[in-house]
Design a protein around this ligand. Sequence first.
Ligand SMILES: [Zn+2]
Length: 475
Amino acid sequence: MPDQITDLTDDYSRWYNEVIEKAQLADHSPVRGCMVIRPYGYALWENMQAHLDARIKATGHLNAYFPLFIPESLLQSEAEHVAGFNPEVAWVTHGGQEELHERLAVRPTSEAIILSMYAKWVQSWRDLPILINQWANVVRWEKRTYYFLRTTEFLWQEGHTVHRTQDEAMEEVLRMLDVYRDFAETELAMPVITGRKSEAEKFAGAASTFTVEAMMGDGKALQAGTSHFFGQQFARAFNIEFLDVDGERRHAWTTSWGASTRLVGGLLMTHGDADGLKLPPHVAPYQVVIVPIFRNEEDREGVHTAIESILASLRGRVRCYVDWSDKTPGWKFNEWEVKGAPLRLEIGPRDVAQGQVVAVRRDTRAKEAISMSTIPDRLPDLLDEIQHALYNAALAFREAHTHHVRSIDEIADLIETERGFYWAPWCGSATCEEQVRARTGATLRCIPLEGGDEGGSCIACQGPAPQTAIFARSY
Ligand SMILES: [Zn+2]
């Protein structure tokens, strides 16, 4: 048997690292802070990417690609933005032996390079809106790194749009927030809360930032995607002006929105258990893993023929993998459990004789004998059931770890033993927000768009609290 994985209740972050390595999602690289995404992890990311890309295109956006290098002067065009990113920018100072006249930033995010191009492309209201997305890598010089959640280089998509009016831009921001919500819930089986970030937590230079927040298996929050409204601030900094319908020259309204490979880590921490990953069928590299069981060549022959006919009946509908490797069946069961394949099919000579296979669910371990003739109907149904069961389990977990509190003391008393989301009335002041963080280590995750009518007085200052905020420790 492969080595045991650390108990996740003993040491969650060790469990996380071990599962990533044993499931072969990623490995450390010779470059400090950078990881290698291995084929199994990359296949998972590609499936996630395909679902998200389809939604980005269905909402009217086109993909494009902008340079990896950003001239320093361009990055400095927007003061708050550059101040927010400066500490983590990697700089290119030489080309070959020659020192550059101007340093080039290795893109930490692309507002500067993309908006400077938009300034050239936008002249009249007829050129608007611009709806472009980019899939790319970005670099942020992180001091402490963590597989997928925080690495110096990571992969993501960043949408950057320009609009004629404020309303149109805000509509775009909320539309993309809902795209992230729908993607997370439908494809990743990851329930999320949509909300607005506080002033302290918003993106550097944004007028407002919206977020989808998910709860991980240790009760901590993970920001799973963000959508930013920039007002006209970036359009002013990058000179995106246009001749409006009424003949007046005006600054445009811009937005940006992004989601990254940290979602791979989020997926593991939403569904994983003591035995490893549990992948939602919609994004699993292999939805069904078939383990052939045989003792001799004659048995192998029969099993092989049966498997070929199963594969033919599922082709183009279900992603299957047959594990013909020389490991023992028990070893294979264990390995595919660590890798989180949603469904395992066991098929041996006795099954062949009875015209059936044994299906084992990764999420519940439930076993079911399925006759060969009903496989093409039953397997897709079973995968649907697993997809929904994972979502429901994650939602039930979040609800069980959600607390409605009235004071900082309540959070402070509970949070060491009861990680989770703390919904609390909040007056809106940054001082109160900081008090909560200092006392409890919980940051303000968002002001939820729905269900935030707690009423009452601020948990910190006891003043009037017109809104509810969610506090949690986070990744
Ligand atoms: Zn307050």
